[in-house]
Design a protein around this ligand. Structure first.
Ligand code: 13P
Ligand code: SF4
Length: 304
């Protein structure tokens, strides 16, 4: 089958079987073209809580499918490719969190949404890169234990100097390896380009940016800007999607190392196979986990 034929089959089957396809913007262009909604982690959560289809296919990583199931327990939610995980989400378990909380008993626990559902049961609220500043500002507590990404935490804490933050030593293995040298090299090659960056990058890399924001924030900024060239400091799919959306502008990757293999593992055929009933993984979570994690995720949606 060709890409076009598979896409046509997906569009036909999802209508017949009452499926909605949600896609994180880090997946491939051919999947975005059949998605009902494309966005960053925050947008996907909000969409999952509003969508009215009986069945959902998540094209992204496991914690996103779990978030979707927690927000819509009555729906059948499928992760298109079961091996798509997020290494950052696995960096801390409940035991490590409890030990950390004992050291800082007066702090509110703020979890990046890139965490397991089980870990969320021990946290006060979730945040995404798009909602973190707003939510941390809105919290009553002035002391915050921010897990697991210290880079996002550093970016957030700089916007709220009146609050006290403590960080865990985790982070995204893709964004966190970008260096000042990578930025210098990209700027030398493209001196007229603006540098747009995701706050999962290190503070010294973020400090060199013309714009800092979530996946959706970066895409919206590049589309609206009068500038013609951009260095993209986030996952490399965003370079491709922006190039499709804005053919009159030029987009350059900050580094080839900014490719998340977990986001790339999902294919168009995975989506088709879920619709045919022969692929994907239906997400089912323990009742106690659903309850604890939904408190944390719903608080994020209320405050964000
Ligand atoms: P956002 O979707 O919040 O931009 O985060 C990027 C990411 O790393 C998702 O795993
Ligand atoms: Fe996880 Fe980083 Fe990949 Fe996002 S880009 S899914 S944080 S490994």
């Amino acid at each position: 089958m060709t890409i076009k034929e598979i896409q046509e089959e997906i569009i036909k089957l999802k209508k017949e079987k009452d499926f909605c396809v949600l896609a994180h913007a880090y997946v491939g262009q051919e999947i975005l073209e059949v998605a009902d909604y494309i966005g960053d982690s925050f947008g996907l959560s909000v969409e999952a809580s509003k969508d009215e289809h009986k069945n959902v296919i998540m094209c992204g990583v496991r914690f996103m499918a779990e978030t979707c199931k927690i927000l819509s327990p009555e729906k059948k939610v499928y992760l298109a490719n079961p091996v798509a995980g997020c290494p950052m989400a696995e960096q801390m378990d409940l035991e490590a969190l409890e030990a950390f909380k004992e050291m800082y008993p007066d702090h509110a626990v703020v979890a990046y949404i890139n965490t397991t559902s089980e870990l969320k049961t021990g946290c006060d609220v979730c945040v995404t890169s798009a909602s973190a500043v707003k939510i941390c500002k809105a919290l009553d507590n002035d002391k915050i234990l921010f897990i697991p990404d210290p880079n996002l935490g550093d970016y957030v804490s700089k916007q709220i100097p009146e609050k006290e933050f403590v960080f865990f030593r985790g982070g995204c293995p893709r964004h966190a390896v970008m260096t000042v040298n990578d930025v210098k090299k990209a700027k030398e090659l493209h001196p007229d380009a603006l540098f747009l960056v995701h706050p999962e990058c290190r503070p010294e890399v973020v400090a060199m940016a013309d714009y800092v924001g979530s996946t959706t924030g970066i895409m919206a900024y590049a589309k609206k800007s009068d500038a013609k060239e951009f260095i993209i400091g986030t996952e490399n799919s965003i370079v491709e999607h922006l190039q499709f959306d804005c053919p009159d502008k030029l987009f350059y990757p900050l580094s080839i190392n900014l490719t998340c293999m977990n986001m790339k593992v999902t294919t168009l055929v995975d989506v088709l196979n879920v619709l045919k009933g022969v692929g994907g993984e239906e997400i089912n979570l323990d009742e106690k986990v659903m309850e604890g994690a939904s408190r944390c995720i719903n608080r994020m949606i209320e405050l964000g």
